[in-house]
Design a protein around this ligand. Structure first.
Ligand SMILES: Cc1cc2nc3c(=O)[nH]c(=O)nc-3n(C[C@H](O)[C@H](O)[C@H](O)COP(=O)(O)OP(=O)(O)OC[C@H]3O[C@@H](n4cnc5c(N)ncnc54)[C@H](O)[C@@H]3O)c2cc1C
Ligand SMILES: NC(=O)c1ccc[n+]([C@@H]2O[C@H](COP(=O)([O-])OP(=O)(O)OC[C@H]3O[C@@H](n4cnc5c(N)ncnc54)[C@H](OP(=O)(O)O)[C@@H]3O)[C@@H](O)[C@H]2O)c1
Length: 257
């Protein structure tokens, strides 16, 4: 990705940071004002920018975590050691500005999926964000009888939004299952291991008490590109179909780098 772009583009505005929520020293949520006319659907991403020299800025895409009617826009951000953007963003606090691209992008949109019985929402790391946006949006998942959210992180402290997600589970009357998976802290979660393997050996289906088959399941996959590649191959092998322009499918992917 080309790193440098003009600081102010015709489609960008400076927005003050309203609040930060720190999950760990390298993972936080950032809230900025949602400008008038900024519209999106859960699953869209936009771009955030920061100055880099007098006339340029570094821009990076970020998925939107908030619901479309929230007056604030929220993002879940991981610090990449040495990263050109996230290291700068880590120094920005309430009252300081970030640049916001006024357009939204992407096709990781749940309505692209054909009707189904069970929605599987699979995330690694910050790939959780689009699902939080979906869960915060009233009615967005009403067409499913069951929803299974699986979030894989290295350490338990990185299970961002855990309390909020558990509150949705408690209110769902058994419709929503939330399966946290911690991979580098033995004993920190009932399930451990990489998600494609946990699906291949049936662990996740057993824990969720749900099947994963193209006749009744729909699958969203978001995060680490090694993960999305392995999931695509696994789901292809089971007969899932990608969503194509103008044609609904049974699986959807968003990769973050
Ligand atoms: C569609 C889309 C949506 C995205 N949404 C988010 C988001 O909601 N939150 C977020 O933190 N990032 C998100 N990203 C990644 C983000 O745009 C930046 O790449 C990231 O913040 C790092 O920027 P950087 O300049 O510091 O490092 P970069 O030079 O951009 O990245 C350096 C390396 O860090 C690793 N990396 C980058 N992003 C991540 C990540 N999210 N998790 C784990 N490792 C990563 C990769 O190995 C990458 O090669 C998204 C990317 C895309 C394409
Ligand atoms: N999280 C930390 O403690 C930490 C500390 C210092 C620096 N960083 C840096 O922060 C960045 C982001 O780290 P992150 O932990 O948010 O993201 P990540 O490396 O993508 O890991 C998030 C989750 O995805 C899993 N995963 C990774 N590759 C996978 C694949 N091919 N298939 C299935 N699952 C996969 C990981 O499991 P595995 O554990 O099996 O990989 C982990 O559970 C990295 O660049 C890293 O260098 C992170």
């Amino acid at each position: 990705m080309s790193a440098l772009h003009p600081l102010v583009t015709p489609r960008s505005t400076p927005q003050p940071v309203r609040s930060l929520q720190r999950w760990t020293h390298n993972l936080w949520s950032l809230r900025i004002d949602r400008p008038d006319g900024f519209r999106f659907q859960p699953g869209h991403y936009t771009k955030l920018g920061l100055p880099a020299g007098d006339e340029h800025a570094v821009w990076r895409p970020y998925s939107i975590v908030s619901a479309p009617d929230d007056p604030l826009l929220e993002f879940l951000i991981v610090l990449i050691p040495g990263g050109a953007f996230s290291e700068r963003l880590a120094d920005i606090g309430p009252g300081q500005n970030v640049m916001l691209e006024s357009a939204v992008f992407g096709f990781f949109l749940e309505p692209q999926l054909a009707a189904g019985d069970t929605l599987w929402m699979l995330a690694t790391g910050t790939g959780l964000g689009p699902y939080v946006s979906l869960l915060r949006t009233p009615g967005a998942l009403d067409r499913y009888r069951r929803v299974v959210l699986v979030h894989s992180v290295r350490l338990a402290a990185e299970l961002a939004y855990r309390d909020e997600l558990e509150s949705y589970v408690a209110a769902s009357g058994g419709r929503l299952r939330y399966l946290p998976v911690v991979t580098r802290e033995p004993g920190a979660s009932p399930i451990s291991g990489r998600l494609p393997q946990l699906i291949a050996d049936g662990t996740l289906q057993q824990q969720a008490d749900a099947t994963l088959d193209p006749a009744s399941s729909r699958v969203m996959v978001c995060g680490n590109p090694g993960f999305t590649t392995d999931m695509r191959s696994l789901l292809n092998g089971r007969g899932f179909q990608p969503c194509r322009r103008g044609m609904s499918g049974t699986m959807l992917f968003e990769k973050y780098w």
